[in-house]
Design a protein around this ligand. Structure first.
Ligand SMILES: NC(=O)c1ccc[n+]([C@@H]2O[C@H](COP(=O)([O-])OP(=O)(O)OC[C@H]3O[C@@H](n4cnc5c(N)ncnc54)[C@H](OP(=O)(O)O)[C@@H]3O)[C@@H](O)[C@H]2O)c1
Length: 248
C-alpha cells in the first residue's frame, strides 16, 4: 500500500506544486479546493480530487474519509488552502478579515481534525500547515492575514508538543514571497520572490525531515527575525518610514 498525502488548497500554487512532488515520489495524493476546473486533466487523473470548501468541516471530514477508504491509510495532511487580503489598504475591510480568518485559521483546524480521526488511532502521522513570515509581525495593510498566520504558527507549536507522544508530528512552514496566483494580486514589492516549484522542493524536504518550524528563504528569515525581536516601538517606527515600502 502506497504512502498517502491529503493536501488542502491543492488546486493551485504551493499546494499544487507539492501535490506534483508527492505524486512523483510515489505517494497516493488527494487534493481539495473549491474549484477543481483549475486542475489540468492530467492532474485530475493523477490525484484524488475533492471539491470542498475547507471552512465546511463536515465536507472536509467526508472527503478525507473517502480518501482513506479508497487508499487505506493517511500519512500526511498538508493544510495549504489560504487566501490573502489582496491589495494592501489602510482602510479596514472587516468582511475580508472574517473570510481570511475563516479560511486560513479554521481551514487548518478543520483539516487537522479530519486527519486526526485516523492519525490518533493509528498513532502515526504528520500534520503540516503552511503559515507565513507575515505571522511573526503585524504587517501594515494585512492585519487579518498577519493575525491568521500568527494563529496558525502558534497553534502548530502547541500541537507539536501535545501530539508528539501520540506518534504525530506537527510541522509549520513559513514561506516568504512565492510566485503564485495569490501573490499576483500584490501591489507592493516582493523581495526574494521565488518560484512555486523551488519553494515546494524546500517545503517537501522540511516535511521529509519532520522539521517543527521552517522559515525560508534565509534572507527573509533574517529580516523577519530581526523585525520580530526588536522593541515594538522600533518596529512601528520603521514600518511608518516610507523607505521600507511595505504599504502604499
Ligand atoms: N505565495 C506566497 O507568497 C505565500 C507566502 C507565504 C504563505 N503562503 C501561504 O501558502 C498557502 C498557499 O498559497 P498559494 O500562494 O499557493 O496561493 P494560491 O495559488 O492562491 O492557492 C490557494 C489555494 O487555496 C485554495 N483555497 C482557498 N480558499 C479555499 C477554501 N475556502 N476552501 C478550499 N480551498 C481553498 C485555492 O483553491 P480554490 O480556489 O479551488 O478553492 C487554492 O488551491 C496559503 O495558505 C498562503 O497563505 C503563500
Amino acid at each position: 500500500m502506497r504512502e498517502s498525502v491529503f493536501i488542502t488548497g491543492g488546486t493551485s500554487g504551493l499546494g499544487l506544486a507539492l501535490a506534483k512532488l508527492y505524486d512523483q515520489a510515489g505517494f497516493s495524493v488527494a487534493v481539495c479546493g473549491r474549484d477543481l476546473t483549475k486542475l489540468s486533466p492530467l492532474d485530475r487523473e493523477n490525484f484524488q480530487c475533492y471539491e470542498v470548501d475547507v471552512t465546511k468541516s463536515e465536507d472536509l471530514i467526508a472527503a478525507v474519509d473517502d480518501f482513506v477508504a479508497k487508499k487505506g491509510r493517511l500519512d500526511i495532511m498538508i493544510a495549504s488552502a489560504g487566501r490573502s487580503v489582496g491589495s494592501k489598504s489602510k482602510v479596514p475591510r472587516f468582511d475580508v478579515a472574517r473570510e481570511v480568518i475563516a479560511i486560513n485559521v479554521f481551514g487548518v483546524i478543520n483539516a487537522f481534525e479530519a486527519a486526526c480521526k485516523y492519525m490518533l488511532s493509528q498513532k502515526k502521522g504528520q500534520l503540516v500547515a503552511i503559515s507565513s513570515v507575515a505571522g511573526f509581525v503585524g504587517l501594515p495593510g494585512a492585519s487579518s492575514y498577519s493575525a491568521s498566520k500568527a494563529a496558525v504558527t502558534i497553534y502548530c507549536e502547541s500541537l507539536m508538543l501535545d501530539l508528539k507522544d501520540q506518534g504525530i508530528t506537527t510541522s509549520v512552514i513559513c514561506p516568504g514571497f512565492v510566485d503564485t496566483p495569490l501573490t499576483k494580486k500584490n501591489n507592493h514589492s516582493m523581495p526574494f520572490l521565488m518560484s512555486a516549484g523551488k519553494a515546494a522542493v524546500i517545503m517537501k524536504n522540511a516535511i521529509d525531515r519532520k522539521k517543527a518550524l521552517t522559515i525560508f528563504p534565509w534572507p527573509m528569515k533574517l529580516i523577519i527575525t530581526l523585525l520580530n525581536k526588536m522593541p515594538r516601538c522600533c518596529y512601528r517606527f520603521l514600518m511608518q518610514l516610507k523607505v521600507l515600502n511595505y504599504s502604499r
